[in-house]
Write a protein that binds this ligand. Sequence first.
Ligand code: GLP
Length: 241
Amino acid sequence: MNILTFRTNQELNAAGAGIITGLIQTNPRAVLGLATGSTPIGIYEELVSSFKKGLVSFKLATSFNLDEYAGLPLDHPESYHAYMDQHLFRHIDMPAAQRHIPNGTAADLEAECRRYDLLLEEAKQIDLQILGLGHNGHIGFNEPDQSLNSGTHVVKLRESTRQANARFFDSIEQVPTHALTMGVGMILKAKTILLVVRGKDKAEIVHEALTGPIRTEIPASLLQTHPNLVVLLDEEAGRCF
Ligand code: GLP
């Protein structure tokens, strides 16, 4: 595990984007695992800026998003489809057919999960999986539990997760109760994992996840088993190390 702590957000964003552009420059057909939430936004901004400067092209790359809310229209401003469009996809040249996000509006969500897993299988392996971290240690929407799923599945969101994400909606009632998420098994199959954590409110959970016992009650603790984990922290998130 390689833990890097940055003094400024600017430095962290540049480092994160540098890892991604470096990968695509050496392997233009790279498969990217993408995350949402507030954490990766600055990294996506840097990627867009590198693209606009002509330093990188995503034309041959493929992407798979980790998760999506269930039942939220795809054009709802808080859907992860809308998020990805706003923060990355509309600004870069990755063809739409190469961008994948679970469809939370599918009539049969279980069938949608199987479809997503088949696409992931066809892609063989995610080269670089970007991850944020939930306050309760969740990754994607894999919530703390007595057991964890390997493949893509429907999950009931914890109240604490709904509350944490309520800041993006008008009220907590509007936050969906369920989501579709890639499973931890699939996340761990990525060649490299890039975990990004910011802010003092995540300092303890990131420390516990990366140095404490490995247990499904803290899904991110399973990342300790990954042979190629890179962790980017700001100073506040890194204060327990
Ligand atoms: C959400 C997402 C996660 C994200 C996490 C943290 O629930 N499903 O993928 O990592 O919350 O979000 P933020 O970066 O906004 O703190």
